[in-house]
Write a protein that binds this ligand. Structure first.
Ligand SMILES: NC(=O)c1ccc[n+]([C@@H]2O[C@H](COP(=O)([O-])OP(=O)(O)OC[C@H]3O[C@@H](n4cnc5c(N)ncnc54)[C@H](OP(=O)(O)O)[C@@H]3O)[C@@H](O)[C@H]2O)c1
Length: 278
């Protein structure tokens, strides 16, 4: 069982999606600002993993951090989630694709192991399939060979998770999901994770919840604590047990996002936010 406290502090993910040629500089700034947990994917369509690797080379070279100070997470993405820039042979078996994808990630990130390897999304939106089981078995082999420490799944429903654990002996260490307040901040999946000691990584906490950021209750709290509505949302996410993720491209927002971890919201405020739109 992996506890959030066992991960590097601060417990906040810096997400590297959609940064293209700014990936390297922004990831470098994020690490200099204090982020130690980095999310990427070997999916060139949305991520520039080589840029993350450039940032790592720079911060190691400057003596800011060492590899072991960081928690690096990347993903295997099915072909349908990719464009033409594939990190594997699409004609190869899924097991081979998983191995090729991770091998290429290790090269991009200049390391011989990553901390977390995530299935970017199941093959079907309607349930856990045999293809997913083949991929999961291949991911376990990578973990057993020492190329990743932990495994995770992303973009999953409660149904996916229930079906997964009915056919797999091993459950993931992480679930990474988009978190909509309108869906009770993914309440059912979070409850499943809590029950099975899975760490829940919440993404798009801001972009998926514009209504919450504008809500008078959140504004009142922000004024009371002299913080921004975005900081209230990140603080809330931590207090309900999530490992929050930010995708900011702004150095000042990076600082604010980390600062939000210091804020402790009253329990009744947490409950109110949890029920704001769900
Ligand atoms: N597994 C998946 O399928 C999946 C899908 C999507 C994302 N992700 C991961 O999750 C990460 C985060 O996703 P996201 O970009 O949707 O998250 P997000 O943090 O909700 O959205 C980023 C947006 O929030 C703004 N922001 C962040 N901090 C702010 C602050 N303190 N004040 C004001 N604005 C702030 C950013 O603007 P500024 O740039 O101006 O700060 C940016 O427009 C991604 O980078 C990726 O690693 C995973």
């Amino acid at each position: 069982m992996l506890a959030k406290e066992a991960l590097p502090q601060p417990n906040f993910f810096y997400g590297t999606a959609w940064k293209e040629e700014r990936t390297a500089i922004l990831t470098e700034i994020a690490i200099k600002t204090g982020f130690r947990i980095i999310d990427t994917a070997n999916q060139r369509r949305h991520y520039f993993e080589i840029g993350v690797g450039q940032a790592l080379a720079n911060v190691y070279g400057a003596g800011i951090v060492k590899r072991e100070d960081l928690f690096l997470q990347t993903k295997y993405t099915y072909q349908r989630g990719q464009d033409h820039r594939l990190p594997y042979d699409p004609k190869a078996s899924l097991s081979t694709q998983v191995a090729q994808s991770l091998k290429s990630s290790l090269e991009h990130l200049h390391t011989d192991y990553i901390d977390s390897f995530v299935l970017h999304g199941p093959a079907s939106g309607y349930g856990w399939t045999d293809a997913d089981s083949e991929v999961w078995e291949a991911m376990k082999k990578e973990r057993d060979a020492g190329r990743t420490r932990f495994l995770g799944v992303s973009n999953v429903s409660l149904e996916h998770l229930e079906q997964m654990i009915s056919v797999q002996k091993e459950i993931p260490a992480f679930v990474q999901n988009r978190c909509y307040a309108q869906l009770g901040w993914d309440r059912e999946v979070r409850a499943f994770c809590q029950k099975h000691n899975i760490i829940y990584q919440g993404f798009s906490l801001l972009t998926a919840n514009v209504g919450v950021l504008r809500h008078p209750f959140v504004h009142k709290l922000a004024t009371q604590f002299n913080v921004t509505p975005m900081q209230i949302v990140f603080s809330f996410a931590r207090e309900v047990g999530m490992l929050p993720m930010t995708g900011t491209s702004d150095a000042e927002h990076m600082k604010q996002d980390l600062e939000s971890l210091k804020l402790t919201l009253p329990k009744d405020a947490v409950l109110t936010i949890e029920s704001l739109a769900g």
